[in-house]
Design a binder for this molecule. Structure first.
Ligand SMILES: Cc1ncc(COP(=O)(O)O)c(C=O)c1O
Length: 377
């Protein structure tokens, strides 16, 4: 009996789940990015202790969580940060929107990788900031930045470079060398780097470390806003807790200007869950990664055998980015939905010929979904 049982299915319909409530009961929902696994036992215990306390007043971010974040950045990445560089928010998404609104002027311009998690794009659209999409290209099986295109896309008023590392969708773990070149580009053009690193703990390829872009040089740290959250890797996005690490005091002040005006603090359950996740759940995370790795291998094998579909190897995340253009149909999302599997439409990320499959679920359900897709494809 394994220490943690990721095969254990827990009914999620009726729990207000975004992922499980949208489609009829006979559809397998493999779209929005949360997992079907119970949160780690120490996270559940920490939340239960807080629940038993019985008083849910306003809370300040716990100093011990700041210290844990500082220790973690040093231990995992050799990145030395100070406790007061950490600004807490209720999610990475609000952090993206705060960055677009408050770290660039109305007349300034941003550079955005594409395809990308839609809130990076939406942050700029909603803030009414001009931007240029920089395509990621498939090179030796990895989705990486088109650096030539990037060089040509910078404008005199460019101010912000959005980065998603590891990349969603696409699953790339950017290498230190790739990030050093991006950081150098940002320095040459005096750009702020807004780096969404929410998937940093979901590393499937052993021997490929996550590198925060801010950690590649002192200069990169000074111009970076790094958005991190334990909620994705440790299974509590509904209890939301995230933080921005911002060295530069002026940038930090600008980022935090909305504090309490539009963006509230994380809930006390988010703080409790984060502390427990970072302090006590290393073994659980490794077990989950082993399970996800096997799911990833299954998806890659099955997709490779389906005519008309192809996908690159997923280095990180539990999201497969599937090129369905070979099916010769205009709406692959609808095509698979009609066959009983709800995937995320590629159009959401800027690539209509693709679909994104969330394999953060029980293997038996994943196998069933792949069988349905196989019959369709
Ligand atoms: C790249 C990326 N950033 C942010 C989020 C969501 O962040 P949060 O739930 O902390 O707002 C997701 C969720 O799928 C994501 O994939």
């Amino acid at each position: 009996m394994p220490a943690f049982d990721f095969d254990q299915a827990v009914a999620r319909r009726g729990s207000w789940s975004v992922r499980w409530e949208r489609y009829p009961a006979d559809v397998i929902p493999l779209w929005v990015a949360d997992t079907d696994f119970l949160a780690p036992p120490p996270v559940l215990a920490a939340m239960q202790r807080r629940l038993a306390h019985g008083i849910f007043g306003y809370n300040a971010p716990p100093a011990e969580l700041r210290d844990t974040v500082v220790e973690r950045m040093q231990r995992l990445y050799g990145w030395r940060i100070e406790p007061d560089w950490v600004a807490f928010v209720s999610g990475v998404v609000p952090g993206l929107h705060l960055a677009a609104r408050h770290l660039m002027g109305a007349d300034q311009h941003a550079l955005l990788p594409t395809p990308v998690y839609h809130h990076l794009t939406r942050s700029l659209v909603h803030a009414k900031r001009a931007y240029t999409e920089v395509p990621l290209v498939l090179a030796r099986g990895r989705w990486i930045w088109d650096e030539e295109f990037l060089a040509s896309a910078a404008r005199p008023n460019s101010r912000l470079l959005h980065l998603c590392n590891p990349q969603n969708p696409g699953g790339t773990i950017f290498t230190r060398e790739e990030l050093q070149r991006l950081a150098m580009f940002a320095q040459q053009h005096d750009l702020i780097i807004c780096s969404d690193e929410i998937h940093a703990d979901i590393l499937l390829d052993e021997g490929k470390p996550h590198v925060p872009i801010a950690s590649v040089s002192r200069e990169a740290s000074r111009r970076s806003v790094t958005l991190i959250s334990p909620n994705k890797a440790f299974g509590f996005p509904g209890a939301g807790c995230a933080f921005a690490i911002i060295e530069d005091a002026a940038l930090r002040q600008a980022f935090c200007i909305d504090h309490h005006a539009t963006v509230h603090d994380p809930s006390v359950f988010g703080y409790e869950a984060s502390l427990a996740a970072y302090r006590e759940c290393g073994d659980w995370l490794q077990a989950q990664l082993a399970y996800l790795r096997a799911n990833r291998d299954l998806v890659q094998r099955e997709v490779a055998a389906m005519p008309g579909l192809k996908m690159a190897h997923v280095e990180a995340t539990y999201l497969a980015w599937i090129d369905a253009s070979g099916l010769g149909i205009s709406d692959p999302y609808k095509y698979f939905l009609d066959r009983g599997v709800a995937l995320s439409p590629g159009a959401q990320f800027g690539a209509p010929g693709f679909v994104r499959l969330n394999f953060g679920t029980q293997r038996a359900l994943l196998e069933k979904a792949l069988q349905r897709m196989k019959k369709g494809a």
